[in-house]
Design a protein around this ligand. Structure first.
Ligand code: ATP
Ligand code: MG
Length: 231
């Protein structure tokens, strides 16, 4: 086992298989769509643990004003804390520069013994990016993929494209309770002073407000009184 910081121990008993789920994302912020996806994937595929891994500098979002990695990590930690089968990982945010999923999967594969099987969890939108990902063939060798339904995205289209591709991806499709929640919508709501309650955990909402993320600072009214504490 090579030394890698910030990865949980797994694989101690050589006589059994361990199933590790990896939930990647920008998590800006993490919300109930992510949590339901991970929980249903954990149950459907009997995963021992799901690692939530906020991306360091997502290749596709560079320069687009992604929130500081420490804040995204802190919110991920808060939202996952109560579930013993969930863990938040600093693995990608502590790496410099662009993060490619293939690099993470390679590092995890090198780190864990062979009795730890890797499962990469995505929503129906992200699974389609699989085909265009860097080095898709190696990725298919390293992990089993779990694609969850997501409102607004066609999982059947994803399935058709995956099976038409030359890359032998092992993808498990799961139907999960539909939550039409996105981080983009939460950011927009918060900056417009609208409520984000029940779209993500109270702890995450509290963190957003306390740290003034997404322009959530209470706006002083002209008369000097603070505007109501809208969530
Ligand atoms: P943004 O709007 O900033 O793109 P997002 O809500 O799409 O944010 P990401 O961090 O981009 O969240 O997504 C991480 C992973 O979670 C992706 O695999 C994505 O498909 C999945 N995901 C996000 N929201 C949902 C949801 N509501 N239902 C199912 N899967 C989801
Ligand atoms: Mg997204």
């Amino acid at each position: 086992m090579s030394a890698e910081p910030h990865l949980p121990e797994l694989g101690a008993d050589p006589s059994r298989e361990y199933r590790l789920g990896i939930m990647g994302g920008t998590f800006d912020p993490i919300h109930y769509g992510h949590l339901v996806t991970a929980e249903q994937a954990r149950e459907a595929l009997a995963l021992d643990l799901v690692l939530f891994m906020p991306a360091g500098v997502p290749a596709f979002k560079q320069g687009a004003g992604v929130t500081d990695a420490e804040d995204r990590y802190a919110m991920t930690l808060l939202a996952t804390a109560a579930n013993p089968a969930f863990d938040a990982s600093r693995f990608e945010i502590d790496r410099e520069g662009v993060t490619y999923t293939i690099d993470t999967l390679r590092a995890l594969r090198a780190h864990y013994p062979d009795n730890v099987r890797l499962f990469f969890i995505t929503g129906a939108d992200a699974i389609l990016d699989l085909l265009t990902w860097h080095d898709a063939a190696s990725m298919a060798e390293l992990a089993t993929f779990i694609a969850a339904t997501r409102p607004g995205y066609d999982i059947e289209q994803a399935r058709a494209r995956v099976s038409a591709s030359n890359v032998p991806f092992d993808v498990r499709y799961i139907e999960i309770p539909a939550l039409a929640i996105s981080s983009t919508n939460i950011r927009e709501r918060v900056s417009a002073g609208k409520s984000a309650r029940y779209l993500t955990s109270e702890s995450v909402i509290g963190y957003i407000r306390k740290n003034g993320l997404y322009n959530s600072r209470i706006v002083e009214r002209v008369d000097g009184a603070a505007s109501p504490d809208r969530r």
